[in-house]
Design a protein around this ligand. Structure first.
Ligand code: FA5
Length: 375
């Protein structure tokens, strides 16, 4: 850089001569125009606008000029730098636009091209069957009620008229989570619920009659896993409490359910049975939906679904025992009710000819896939 000099003539400083400034500017503009991509433009930018570029060095010369010469030289260099920066900005925008347009073409994805399909999951047939059953009852005005799987012993047994010394307590082999404290009669143990019937009790305690609920859910029993039993299975419970309900209402409701699930013309029959929480109680059968009874006494046309018995056992039912109504604060003089409970796994078995219940719990998609895609 030149030292300050009072008689200094800027025209005589090589870097500040108008033609020199003009040349620096032209070279910069030509370099920007020649850059074909943003990387080349970045190099040209450093070379022509950076701290050691010719125009930056010329600008530094101005500081050494006498005051009267500074304005002219400063204007000349400043205008040149302004034009160079403006040209750089314009070229930068052009090249960015070109790059964006190119990326859109080069990185476009053709969504119509075939690809390696990932198998979509689907819900388990137990879930879809359970929901189908719920739909039948919801359409009749029932609401869906749920309860906890870890249940108090009182709700699972006592409130259902199954006292601690009642033989029925051993009918359902129970997983105990916590046993009742010794000597404290009011203390109740905790169990994994053995059936969905405690949801009946919860519903009656929670709501005022009339009451129409369907309670689907998972239940637990200490049964070995085999072709017809699993320690964890699903039940659906039905409960109706209203004035003047009779066994005829129960039978009509069950007939409607089997028709909705298995087709027109289906029938049910009730056989006497015993459940502590219903009185009278019955076992409910439906006519075999495959042979419709035609296989009975007909060895030429045996039926595998019903073993040629003509009927398929579906579950237990009955009129809610007045003692249960009383325990739940429902007046048995005013109200009566019916209840019905059955296993979803067993229904899936005969509805779809599944021979081994173990297939339902192993989680193998080869089992669920033939049931079709229901998401
Ligand atoms: C009950 O559990 C009664 N709570 C049903 C009931 C409700 C009766 C309301 C009256 C009024 P049960 O123990 O029979 O009843 O069981 C009902 C159904 O659960 C059986 O019909 C069967 O389909 C199914 N089930 C029972 N044990 C198993 C098991 N280990 N694996 C799969 N399904 C089972």
């Amino acid at each position: 850089m030149s030292a300050p000099n009072k008689s200094y003539d800027p025209v005589e400083v090589e870097a500040l001569k108008p033609e020199e400034i003009e040349r620096m500017q032209s070279e910069a503009l030509a370099a920007f125009a020649a850059a074909t991509d943003l990387d080349e433009l970045a190099s040209a930018k450093t070379a022509h606008t950076g701290g050691t570029s010719p125009l930056a060095l010329a600008n530094r010369e101005i500081g050494a000029l006498p005051p009267h010469a500074k304005a002219d030289a400063g204007k000349r260099v400043g205008q040149a730098r302004g034009r160079v920066n403006q040209a750089l900005k314009v070229r930068q925008e052009e090249l960015e636009a070109e790059r964006d347009a190119r990326v859109l073409v080069e990185e476009a994805v053709d969504v119509t091209l075939p690809y390696d399909r990932v198998q979509a999951g689907a819900r388990h047939p137990l879930t879809t069957l359970s929901e189908r059953i719920e739909d039948v009852f919801v359409a009749m005005g029932y609401s869906v009620a749920e309860g906890p799987e870890v249940e108090s012993e009182w709700l699972n047994f006592d409130a259902l008229n199954i006292a601690p010394d009642h033989p029925a307590r051993t009918m359902q082999d129970t997983f105990f989570v916590e046993s009742a404290a010794d000597g404290d009669e009011k203390q109740t143990g905790v169990v994994l619920r053995t059936h969905t019937s405690p949801v009946q009790i919860r519903s009656m305690l929670d709501r005022e009659p009339p009451l129409y609920v369907i309670c689907p859910g998972r239940v637990y029993r200490t049964d070995e896993l085999d072709a017809t039993h699993t320690p964890v299975f699903n039940q659906v419970e039905l409960l109706a409490i209203d004035e003047g309900l009779t066994m005829a209402d129960l039978k009509g409701t069950l007939d409607h359910m089997v028709r909705a699930l298995f087709g027109e013309g289906m029938e049910t029959r009730l056989r006497p049975n015993y459940f502590p929480f219903t009185e009278p109680s019955a076992e409910m059968d439906m006519v075999c939906y495959v042979c419709r009874g035609a296989s009975v006494g007909n060895p030429d046309a045996p039926c595998r679904t019903c073993s040629s018995e003509g009927w398929i056992e579906l579950g237990g039912c009955g009129m809610v025992n007045p003692r249960v109504l009383t325990a739940c604060g429902v007046d048995p003089e005013k109200y009566s009710g019916f209840a019905f409970g059955f296993g979803i796994e067993r229904m899936l078995m005969f509805r779809h000819n599944v021979e081994d219940m173990r297939d339902m719990v192993e989680g193998d998609v080869r089992f669920t896939r033939p049931f079709g895609m229901e998401i």
